[in-house]
Design a protein around this ligand. Structure first.
Ligand SMILES: Nc1nc2c(c(=O)[nH]1)N[C@H]1C(S)=C(S)[C@@H](COP(=O)(O)O)O[C@H]1N2
Ligand SMILES: [Mo]
Length: 417
């Protein structure tokens, strides 16, 4: 056996000993692993897993990338009230696009006094509300901003109330932007996506709750759009206007940054903890994977001596000796400040006991761990990648940056005597 073969064999043995696929579920601390059939985890790995982020993110812990001068959520309380950024004063206009109007039976405007208010939205929610888990990721940043259970009324319920007749091809929407056209942040969807949910996706919603609580101003209160399968820029915050258009193509704000605005969430892996190690000691590693529309079957890692290089005709390292990490099961504790730490009843994708029906869940995250065989002292490069449900290795099938980050992550791995 050469060195690489020995590494692979030793990795296979460690995995068998410590991670028995069926036996890997998480307990007490949220993330530690029961070892129903395997040996207890080495303390270093146990500790790293116990320290993983909680599955859901509290509203406060979401990373904020809001634009605006001032950012709307920072306005003083009086001003918020005045401009409709409170639940008491919020008004949503739903109109025909003045430039390319769809033919509607009705419009909802402030002028006519029939704009939708928050009470009206909650009333619709009594019959139509849905909730689902989703990771919010900025196409430009790549690293998820947070994961939560988003709740609201399917946008189509409001759309149908305009009694559309014809010439409706696209739905445009924007939020409060300090009444300054230069600050407008807008997005859009083909009307078909609003009316129907392909491939069992949750509906596009007018969202007013996150993790069971009303949205905070930072997260877009009182109401934002949430598009389940999309990157963050489609999920417009501080929503004030929807316009129904005969225009056939997108004019999202994110087009200006050369972004692919039709891109759905991608699957990719990243590390969370990579310790400095002692020679010949097994190396505990943890990470997460974003689970895009293509699903997730595997997370893999590969360790290479630093600066070793790789044939240029294999830029995605497809021929490298990748080894499988272990995808952790659903957590015992969900976090995110969910009431009683329970997933709310009737959350799409969860059963009556509040357990996920499938795992890993699409449009969300999964966490993973690996215990790598010990190495000689030195510096190494650790890479991780996902294999999606169609068997495609990251960054395929959509490797381009401007449709969402999915580069294979490279981090330094140091082994020091
Ligand atoms: N009105 C408005 N909505 C917005 C934005 C904004 O600047 N203004 N930023 C968008 C972008 S680019 C992202 S990535 C998400 C982030 O959502 P979050 O702040 O809840 O994490 O909000 C989106 N909605
Ligand atoms: Mo973004």
């Amino acid at each position: 056996m050469n060195e690489a073969e020995r590494f692979l064999a030793r990795h296979a043995e460690l995995s068998r000993r410590f991670f028995l696929r069926a036996g890997v579920t998480s307990v007490a601390a949220g993330w530690s692993l029961t070892q129903a059939h395997g040996e207890p985890l080495p303390p270093d790995l146990e500790k790293a897993i116990a320290k993983l982020e909680t599955y859901f993110t509290t509203q406060e812990d979401f990373r904020d990338v809001s634009r605006g001068k001032p950012v709307p959520h920072s306005l003083p309380a009086d001003k918020k009230k005045e401009v409709g950024l409170t639940r008491e004063t919020w008004k949503l206009e739903v109109i025909a696009d003045p430039d390319k109007p769809a033919k509607l039976g009705k419009q909802f405007t402030k002028k006519d006094g029939n704009a939708l208010d928050f009470e009206g939205l909650l009333k619709l929610g009594e019959r139509h509300a849905v909730r689902f888990a989703k990771v919010m990721t900025c196409l430009n940043i790549g690293c998820p901003l947070g994961t939560g259970i988003w709740e609201g009324v399917p946008l189509r319920e409001v759309l149908w109330r305009t009694e559309p007749k014809e010439n409706l091809r696209r739905v445009f929407y924007h939020g409060y932007h300090n009444d300054d056209p230069k600050q407008l942040f807008r997005s859009s969807l083909p009307v078909g996506r609003v009316l129907e949910d392909p491939e069992d996706l949750p509906p596009v919603i007018l969202c007013y709750k996150l993790n069971g609580e009303f949205l905070t101003p930072q997260r877009g209160a009182p109401v934002r759009v949430v598009v389940p399968e999309a990157y963050g820029f489609k999920s417009i915050k501080w929503l004030t206007q929807i316009s129904l258009s005969n225009l056939a193509f997108a004019n999202d704000t994110y087009i200006d940054g050369n972004n692919d605005v039709d891109s759905a969430l991608k699957t990719f892996a990243a590390t969370l903890s990579v310790p400095i190690n002692k020679p010949k000691q097994p190396i505990p590693i943890t990470g997460y994977a974003q689970v895009g529309i293509s699903g997730l079957t595997k997370v893999q890692v590969w360790v290479q001596p630093k600066g070793k290089g790789w044939p240029a005709d294999d830029p995605y390292f497809t021929q490298a000796p990748w080894v499988d990490g272990t995808i952790l099961g659903p957590p015992e504790k969900w976090g995110g400040k969910l009431a009683q730490d329970a997933v709310p009843a009737d959350t799409l994708g969860f059963d009556v006991k509040g357990q996920p029906k499938t795992w890993p869940m699409r449009l969300s995250k999964a966490h993973w761990a690996a215990l790598l065989p010990g190495l000689e002292a030195g510096e190494y490069t650790l890479r991780c990648r996902t294999i999606d449900a169609k068997g495609k290795a990251q960054p395929m099938p959509r490797p381009f940056k401007k449709s969402g980050r999915c580069d294979i992550e490279e981090v330094a791995l140091i082994v020091r005597a």
